[in-house]
Design a protein around this ligand. Structure first.
Ligand code: FAD
Length: 287
């Protein structure tokens, strides 16, 4: 299946990252076997910062395709890649039958503020998308940011650049996770205003552990919605209560987004099935 058709019917998708060890891979495949019953349109496989997981991303995508018969969506970034290296990568993955790509710019290395393109490489995802498009045979997704990308001076400017990505050949937009639906709905309205006509798939991550919450707040600057913050404080560190608060919050979030006519959901399970399974089942989105 081509990514452009993945949400022709309402569907869900999942994002995973390549584990570092063989045991990690076995565990991931066990978790994916639990998620398979939801008939995901695809499973996307991240590409490590700085291209650190290039081969692992390819291997994991192949294994998902071959042993689970689920379509993989491979992430790929501009980081550290010249045009000829990108061309080589594309040739290789096309030969393997991996033709769905989430094309990204990638982040600057830890400690640097600015993204520096590789020599003879690409400065923005839109340039990478245009290049992939010129190679024919690929179906391309791009990233969108309901709370704006951190580098962008305004959401409006960020969405103008998002339009450059769809004009360059991106056929679907997958969003960064967000906790407040209003932000997604405003983003979607602004995309319509900018004449972006591809499907926009909301990214949902149930936040179910304290370390996960701390990481989001401290590293990504996410502000927890007031009720969720209060409920988590009241849980007083009880791991199971915090898990249920996260699941309940995400279940309500997806139920409300369903009423807004979204074409599907891209879930971030962090390689674990339980929270996502409960969200899908509690919210009834696949009934
Ligand atoms: P771009 O679309 O290039 O945008 C980057 C910034 O540049 C934005 O602020 C944009 O407004 C601005 N911009 C774009 N074009 C122009 C222009 N012409 N002139 C001036 N400014 C411009 N990272 C990984 O390393 N590996 C992954 O697997 C991965 N997966 C992701 C999956 C999803 C669904 C999302 C949402 C993000 C993912 N990321 C991943 C993170 C992503 O690489 C970073 O957020 C990165 O900083 C931006 O990537 P982008 O493709 O959105 O960049």
């Amino acid at each position: 299946m081509q990514i452009r058709n993945a949400f022709d019917k309402f569907a869900v998708s999942f994002e995973v990252f390549p584990p570092k060890t063989e045991t990690g891979i076995d565990n991931l495949f066990y978790e994916l076997s639990l998620l398979k019953k939801f008939n995901p349109a695809y499973v996307s496989v991240t590409y490590g910062a700085g291209g650190s997981t290039r081969e692992k991303t390819i291997d994991l995508s192949m294994k998902i395709k071959e042993s689970l018969s689920i379509e993989p969506l491979m992430h790929f970034t501009c980081v550290g890649n010249s045009k000829s290296e990108v061309a080589e990568h594309l040739e290789k993955v096309k030969t393997l039958g991996l033709t769905n790509i989430l094309a990204l710019r990638g982040d600057p290395p830890a400690g640097s503020a600015d993204f520096i393109p590789a020599a003879d490489g690409f400065a923005y995802a839109s340039e990478l998308i245009k290049f992939i498009k010129s190679k024919n045979g690929f179906s391309i997704a791009a990233a969108g940011y309901p709370e704006k990308h951190p580098d962008a001076p305004s959401i409006e400017e960020d969405i103008r650049h998002l339009k450059e990505k769809t004009d360059a050949g991106a056929e679907i937009i997958i969003t960064q996770l967000f906790l407040e639906n209003d932000k997604f709905l405003r983003f979607r309205d602004l995309c319509v205003k900018e004449k972006i006509s591809v499907k926009i798939i909301p990214g949902i991550m149930p936040v179910v552990t304290l370390p996960q919450i701390e990481r989001m707040v401290n590293l990504s600057g996410v502000i927890l919605p007031r009720k969720m913050d209060a409920d988590i404080k009241n849980a007083d560190g009880d791991a199971e209560k915090i898990f249920q608060i996260g699941v309940d919050y995400a279940s309500t979030q997806v139920e409300n987004l369903m009423k807004e006519g979204v074409p599907g959901f891209h879930f971030y399970p962090l390689n674990k099935a339980r929270a996502i399974s409960e969200v899908i089942e509690n919210s009834g989105i696949l009934k």
